[in-house]
Design a protein around this ligand. Structure first.
Ligand code: ADP
Length: 367
């Protein structure tokens, strides 16, 4: 299959009127950051801030113009209204609430975050979301990990596409959880390479265009790490709280501290820390082995004056069940692992019900 070139894409976009006095979107100079990868195309339309909301039809038209080119598997166009600054770091410390997105049909949004990748953040998000649904909550899972969207696979929705009626997108649902993920648009093993300012645009688009319906708790699987994307995300999304997932190794814990500090900087309450791959229970003899010195997250949680929500053992079954699309809380509900997740979900639900009475003190990281 051949894939379009940047020139072909720009040529196709000449047919898209900017809606601002006769010029097309390329002539206006709005087309930025065109990324093409194996038939997947993404770019931003950088428009004047005051016109932003009015230009949704232009965005949709641009997306269609590119999608209609031969060899295109997906086209993702986002509206951005920000010129890239040289430094590019969002600076509004204290994260004013005024700037947060409105998600009126969703009671609480929580972020599941980690200081670095590979610690089991997505596995935890999937199991917590399903656990909350088992507890009777109306649950949504928003996969914001657009660099490696794994929710379609983990929740048994791989290869499916959400339905759209042209204005709204309807989330897919499985295991009692409504799911939206960039993984429905692009292949998990072949994600679009996003550039800084586009990420937030794409995420906002995904959050706002989706008809979520009434939701008690939305679980957001955050992109790993504590860079600009994560900071912007935690400023823009109206988060009721954040959960930090860490492994017991010290190095990961240092990253976890950064994650914790990031949320505090933008005044998002920390619901607590989870230690993943915390210990190993021998499947044949039931012996518990603390392969990495366990308890690091608990100790750190106390040091940082936040709650320790629980530890999840390292077990092949946890990986196998999420790889096969039915998280362990459903696949093996009587297992100690399932109980550990449910227990954590109960603590989270209780905190949300209490309005997270305990406010997090600020900490200083010394850089
Ligand atoms: P992240 O979202 O932090 O990048 P993932 O949730 O994708 O991490 O997990 C990374 C890998 O570790 C996956 O293969 C997952 O199945 C596996 N994994 C996560 N938690 C556990 C666990 N408690 N026991 C065994 N494997 C796990």
């Amino acid at each position: 299959m051949t894939s379009a070139t940047k020139e072909q894409i720009l040529y196709a976009l000449k047919s898209v009127d900017s809606g601002t006095g006769g010029l097309d979107v390329t002539a206006r100079g709005w087309v930025q950051d065109v990324v093409i990868k194996d038939g997947h195309v993404a770019f931003a339309l950088e428009v004047p801030p005051d016109l932003g909301p009015k230009l949704e039809p232009v965005r949709a038209q641009a997306e269609k113009a590119v999608y209609d080119l031969p060899g295109i598997i997906s086209a993702t166009v986002v509206l951005t209204a920000e010129k890239k600054s040289a430094g590019g770091t969002p600076k509004n410390k204290g994260g004013s609430k005024r700037d947060r997105l409105a998600l009126p049909s969703i009671k609480s949004v929580i972020a599941i975050a980690s200081g670095k990748g590979g610690v089991g953040k997505s596995t935890t998000s999937a199991n917590i979301a399903v656990s909350l649904a088992k507890l009777g909550k109306k649950v949504a899972l928003f996969d914001a990990d657009i660099f490696g969207p794994s929710m379609p696979r983990m929740l048994g929705l791989a290869g499916q596409k959400p339905h759209s009626d042209g204005t709204k997108v309807y989330p897919l649902e499985n295991h009692g959880v409504k799911v939206m993920s960039m993984g429905f648009m692009v292949a998990e093993d072949n994600p679009v390479i996003w550039r800084g300012p586009m990420v937030m645009g794409a995420l906002e688009q995904m959050l706002k265009d989706v008809e979520w319906g009434d939701i008690d708790v939305m679980v957001v699987d955050m992109p790993p790490g504590t860079g600009d994307t994560q900071l912007t995300m935690s400023q823009r999304v109206p988060l009721a709280g954040a959960v930090i997932v860490s492994t017991p190794q010290d190095i990961a814990l240092l990253d976890a501290r950064k994650g914790l500090n990031m949320f505090r900087q933008v005044e998002v309450p920390i619901l607590g820390m989870i230690e993943n791959m915390s210990h190993y229970i021998c499947p044949s003899c039931g012996h518990r082995d603390d392969i990495f010195s366990t308890g690091g997250a608990e100790k750190t949680a106390h040091e940082l004056e936040t709650d320790f929500l629980g530890g999840i053992p390292l077990d092949l079954k946890i990986r196998e069940t999420s790889d096969s699309g039915t998280p362990i809380v459903l696949a093996d509900p009587e297992s100690p692992h399932a109980k550990a997740y449910i227990d954590i979900a109960k603590k989270i639900a209780a905190k949300l019900d209490d309005g997270i009475a305990k406010t997090a003190p600020k900490i200083s990281m010394g850089g």
